[in-house]
Design a protein around this ligand. Structure first.
Ligand code: KG4
Ligand code: ZN
Length: 335
């Protein structure tokens, strides 16, 4: 009999539920929260209220789409952290109550581990990554290089000292008047731009760590100066600006991953997180790292989703790694 796990994800501004049967995803429902757009970023209080409103219909849809009756579920997996505490609490309370009412095990999941392990979903790629590998978690909240020894033994070997790579995209996009989150819009506009038109300098950060806040400030100053010279600068050069700023961000990431490959002597690289949807990252890495095995999630598994939570739930279920009801949610939860 296959193992059926319901996954619940509410760490930030997406309410998501998914059903997995062994490691095959049967449904993955994601309700986005439009309410944050006009604020240019996620408003925590509004996020937890929206999760409360969305969670029941989202879970119901996930079960219907998967065609799995709740009585056929073997476990409930949920995001314990990291994330916004109020949002995490909505998911964890809901997961605990279903687990209690159906009398099936509860399984807590680390959101950052899940972003990488999503690459093990049956319907993601034909081949699965082999351990050990270098995990590259790039999202709106995190920028981490992780040495992954097995499913649950992961060591952070590099991370950002300030802004995340996703924030670099989002904040530069904001300067250009693009709505939050701006990453995918920059990606799209950059396709028709010249990535060599404008030059931005790379920050100097030692080892495998990153820093993006200086780049963001340079970018803002550069645009402000150009707009003073010509009011129509952004309008006229938008595609070239997007291509140029995206290119420097991709180069910063590529340089650090090449260093990580040298340092760890590991040639399998596994990506996760919203920014791993970026088409230029995928293209450049494939071109520059031909001697490495690269694994990218399908686009629907890059941004926050419950499929990745359900997958980790399935992996933990097989190890009988269950969670007590008094386990608390963690806004900061180390991998
Ligand atoms: O993983 P995610 O959904 O949420 C967090 O856990 O943070 O990542 C969201 C981030 C945002 O910063 C968004 O702008 C970025 O992922 N993003 C992209 C692309 N699609 C989403 N950044 C660059 N290129 C994209 N195509
Ligand atoms: Zn995430």
């Amino acid at each position: 009999m296959p193992i059926n796990v319901l996954g619940i994800e509410t760490s930030c501004d997406e309410t998501s539920a998914a059903v997995i049967s062994d490691n095959k995803i049967l449904s993955n429902i994601i309700a986005n929260q439009e309410v944050h757009q006009k604020y240019g970023g996620v408003v925590p209080e509004l996020a937890s209220r929206a999760h409360q409103k969305n969670i029941i219909p989202v879970v119901e849809r996930a079960l219907i789409e998967a065609n799995v009756d709740k009585k056929k579920l073997d476990a409930i997996a949920y995001t314990r952290g990291p994330g916004l505490l109020g949002s995490l609490l909505v998911g964890s309370s809901f997961a605990k109550s279903i687990s209690l009412s159906l009398n099936i095990p509860l399984i807590e999941v680390n959101h950052m581990q899940a972003h990488l392990l999503v690459n093990f979903i049956e319907n993601n790629n034909e081949y699965k990554p082999a351990f050990p590998f270098i995990g590259v978690n790039i999202s709106g909240g995190h920028t981490q290089i992780i040495l992954c020894k097995n499913y649950f033994e992961m060591e952070i070997i590099g991370e950002t000292l300030d802004d995340s790579i996703g924030e670099a995209f989002d904040k530069c996009g904001k300067v250009l008047g693009l709505n939050y989150p701006a990453g995918s819009k920059i990606d799209r506009l950059a396709k028709n731009g010249n990535n060599k038109k404008f030059k931005f300098s790379k920050p100097k950060v030692r080892g495998l760590d990153f820093s993006f806040s200086g780049l963001k400030t340079n970018f803002k100053r550069f645009i402000e100066k150009k707009v003073l010279e010509n009011k129509k600068f952004i309008e006229k050069e938008k595609e070239n600006i997007c291509a140029s700023i995206q290119e420097i961000i991709v180069k910063i990431l590529l340089e650090k991953i090449i260093k990580a490959i040298d340092k760890t002597n590991t040639k399998t690289i596994v990506f996760g997180g919203g920014v791993s949807a970026n088409s230029r990252i995928r293209e450049s890495f494939k071109k520059e790292l031909k001697n490495c095995k690269l694994f990218f999630p399908k686009i629907e598994y890059t941004t926050d989703n419950a499929a990745m939570i359900a997958l980790v739930g399935y992996l933990k279920y097989k190890e009988k790694n269950f969670t007590d009801y008094d386990v608390d949610s963690k806004a900061r939860y180390k991998i």
